[in-house]
Design a protein around this ligand. Structure first.
Ligand SMILES: Cc1cc2nc3c(=O)[nH]c(=O)nc-3n(C[C@H](O)[C@H](O)[C@H](O)COP(=O)(O)OP(=O)(O)OC[C@H]3O[C@@H](n4cnc5c(N)ncnc54)[C@H](O)[C@@H]3O)c2cc1C
Ligand code: SF4
Length: 434
């Protein structure tokens, strides 16, 4: 039981008093910079003002009008880099705790089981959405609000995408992601789980039965490292997933090595450390300057007691009788910039050394979406190219979320915004056909 609690949501909800005090601090700025910094452009002073006047239903409605996944975003958004980072009070005082206030309003309506949007008048138009992560849910919900008949196909047993399976419980409990799925269903979206494009139906089936299609398939599994002993290495996404769905059966090593230094690697290290590993080391082939993890996440994981081995390239896993014994590595030095624009790691000859480990977890990014090749769509760096209306090269087929994110950090709020903007383009296409 103690093991499961170690990954419970770490920030407590604001009390009524705390929320009132925090809301009263907001200057209600005109042309508010926090709203500009939010990728979904939530009217932040407006929703905070409604909290200050104890109109929590109205506050939640303001949030949902811009972002249907307001409860997830309140928890997982890198607010330090977005709204709170832009808050005018941040320069000399503490920025307003926008994320926690947003959570306060959203938790209120979910706690009361409130439905804020009445059913829309049916248009008779049909749309298929593939993938029930943040992009798919946002697009499906927005289209349903416009009266279109939307079917959301999801290959997994549960909807929610990475909010359900990938984001650690410390940041977002699974119940929050599922409550949002239920809300999208109440808007009229038909969610069909266990249905995979390419296995259970084809794109031709969709084109024959729906007026438009939105692809929100995200990315794939963690790729292999291609080193001897690869088979001993655990996929970080599966590690996190089990910590959320089946923590009591998740085997945690005593001495865990996590390969990678992005946000997912930090999440894996957090799971290992919180669920009982005595030593957790993150291994990265560049230095802390080139890490892709947010700086607040890096500070967090250092406080958790996780160690780092920078300029380190894994080359071989040593195992014995099916168990991991150590990870053989090479020291690296940094050379000229590579295609990513970052200094390229170069092996230092004769620098082999071994890191003792009884569990090795990889978190080195995700494979590109395989749907693109199935559809014979030309890809850009492995991603699905779309125009400014989120339409792919195939007319009537739109895409958004991680599967189109060729640059910039992929995030939930960006996926939600893609879904919202794609829904508007799809709506315009459907009504233009009348
Ligand atoms: C470990 C981890 C932690 C993260 N933490 C954060 C965070 O703290 N904050 C943040 O903002 N972002 C975070 N992110 C990024 C964020 O989760 C993603 O950017 C976001 O989920 C993208 O949404 P999406 O809808 O595009 O894709 P996904 O969430 O990946 O959803 C895609 C869905 O499509 C389904 N699917 C795929 N192929 C098919 C098919 N052929 N047929 C039917 N269904 C299909 C999948 O099963 C999945 O449910 C994290 C990512 C990871 C991996
Ligand atoms: S920038 Fe800060 S003070 Fe101004 S409206 Fe936004 S949250 Fe309030």
């Amino acid at each position: 039981m103690a093991r499961v609690n170690a990954l419970d949501e770490h920030l407590p909800p604001l009390t009524r008093n705390q929320a009132a005090i925090e809301a009263a601090r907001c200057l209600m700025c005109y042309d508010a910079p926090c709203t500009h910094a939010c990728p979904t452009h939530i009217d932040i002073p407006k929703f905070i003002k409604k909290i200050a006047t104890e109109n929590l239903r109205g506050s939640a409605r303001t949030i949902l009008e811009s972002n249907l996944l307001g409860a997830t975003c309140a928890r997982v958004c890198p607010v330090q880099e977005l709204c709170e980072g832009a808050c005018v009070l941040g320069t000399e005082h503490k920025p307003i705790a926008i994320g926690r206030l947003q959570r306060y309003a959203m938790d209120y309506i979910y706690g009361k089981g409130m439905n804020l949007f009445p059913p829309a008048k049916a248009t008779g138009k049909t749309v298929a959405v593939i993938g029930a992560g943040p992009a798919g849910l946002s697009c499906a919900g927005e289209l349903a609000k416009s009266g279109h008949s939307v079917t959301l196909f999801e290959k997994r047993d549960l909807a929610g995408g990475l909010s359900t399976y990938g984001i650690i419980g410390l940041r977002e409990p699974i119940e929050v992601a599922l409550a949002e799925v239920a809300m999208i269903e109440k808007l009229g979206v038909k969610v069909e789980t266990g249905k995979e494009l390419g296995t259970d139906f084809t794109m031709a089936d969709l084109q024959a039965n729906f007026g438009a299609v939105f692809l929100a398939v995200g990315l794939g599994a963690t790729p292999g490292l291609g080193i001897p002993g690869d088979e001993y290495i655990i996929d970080g996404l599966e590690y996190i997933e089990q910590s959320k769905l089946d923590a009591s059966n998740l085997v945690i090593g005593r001495n865990v090595v996590v390969i990678g230094a992005g946000n997912t690697a930090i999440d894996c290290a957090t799971v290992a450390k919180r669920l009982g590993a005595s030593q957790v080391t993150m291994v990265y082939r560049r230095t802390e300057k080139e890490m892709t993890a947010y700086s607040h996440e890096y500070e967090f994981i250092k406080r958790e007691g996780v160690s780092f081995s920078f300029l380190t390239q894994p080359v071989r896993v040593h195992g014995e009788n099916g168990s991991v014994k150590s990870l053989e590595c090479l020291r690296m030095s940094l050379g000229p910039a590579d295609v990513s624009g970052r200094p390229s790691p170069q092996p230092v000859a004769g620098s082999e050394f071994s890191l003792p480990a009884d569990q090795i977890v990889k978190a080195i990014g995700q494979e590109k979406p395989s749907v693109a090749s199935q559809l014979k769509l030309k890809t850009e760096k492995g991603f699905i190219p779309v125009n400014e209306r989120f339409e792919t090269l195939l007319p009537g087929i739109y895409a958004g979320g991680d599967c189109i994110r060729t640059q910039g950090a992929a995030s939930t709020v960006m996926a939600v915004q893609d879904g919202k903007r794609a829904a508007l383009s799809i709506h315009e296409r459907l009504v233009a056909r009348d």
